[in-house]
Design a protein around this ligand. Structure first.
Ligand code: GRF
Length: 196
């Protein structure tokens, strides 16, 4: 089972998934492996981390495409060359077209840094602090055409502490993302149901 991971930046969730796959021997136990990491940003820091771990990488710069449809079609071709069981969005900062999303229905997952359905969209940590939330967290969900609203697979909760900065809260949430994302992916790969 091939896993393809899409990133745009640091790729710390991607690293957490790849490390867990290595440590827990997903190759042996689940016949699963991280087959490729694809970035839409040529300079994404996560590309170097993936290369260091021996994972093939590809860059598909969205700026080289005239339209969102053309970019998504090229991305789909790149991904499908791996015949993936699972496509993992890990800090991939592009909105995907409905055609792309429906092509991967049931095998496209995302992590969002809030307790969905609260705070879909951007600036989640600032919004949670501004709202006076006492807890925040992260959500792993299946991706559907409705942005940040697909079926929830896993969540983790952290406290919002008095005087928290966005950076402090983001760090606390991110460390939980690194825990729940690999486990949610493992559960999906291990489930008896076909993924699509
Ligand atoms: C994470 O907080 C993720 O939830 C959000 O973007 C961030 C990506 O971080 N979608 P990284 O690239 O995995 O380090």
């Amino acid at each position: 089972k091939n896993i393809v991971i899409l990133i745009s930046g640091n790729g710390s969730n991607m690293v957490a998934i790849a490390n867990t796959a290595q440590k827990e021997q997903w190759h042996e136990k689940l016949q699963a492996r991280v087959a490729c990491v694809i970035s839409n940003k040529p300079g994404a820091e996560g590309l170097a981390s993936a290369a260091r771990m021996g994972i093939p990488t590809q860059v598909l710069d969205h700026k080289q495409f005239e339209t969102r449809d053309a970019f998504d079609a090229a991305l789909q071709r790149a991904i499908d060359s791996y015949q993936p069981a699972l496509v993992v969005l890990a800090g991939f900062m592009r909105i995907l077209t409905p055609a792309f999303v429906s092509h991967y229905a049931g095998r496209l997952v995302n992590i969002h840094p809030s307790l969905l359905p609260a705070f879909a969209g951007l600036n989640t940590h600032q919004r949670a602090i501004d709202a006076g939330c006492k807890v925040a967290g992260a959500t792993v969900h299946l991706v559907t055409a409705d942005l940040d609203h697909g079926p929830i697979l896993a969540q983790a909760v952290v406290p919002v502490l008095p005087g928290d900065s966005v950076a402090a809260l983001a760090t606390r949430v991110l460390s939980q993302e690194h825990r729940i994302y690999p486990q949610a992916i493992k559960a999906l790969l291990a489930s008896a149901e076909p993924l699509n």
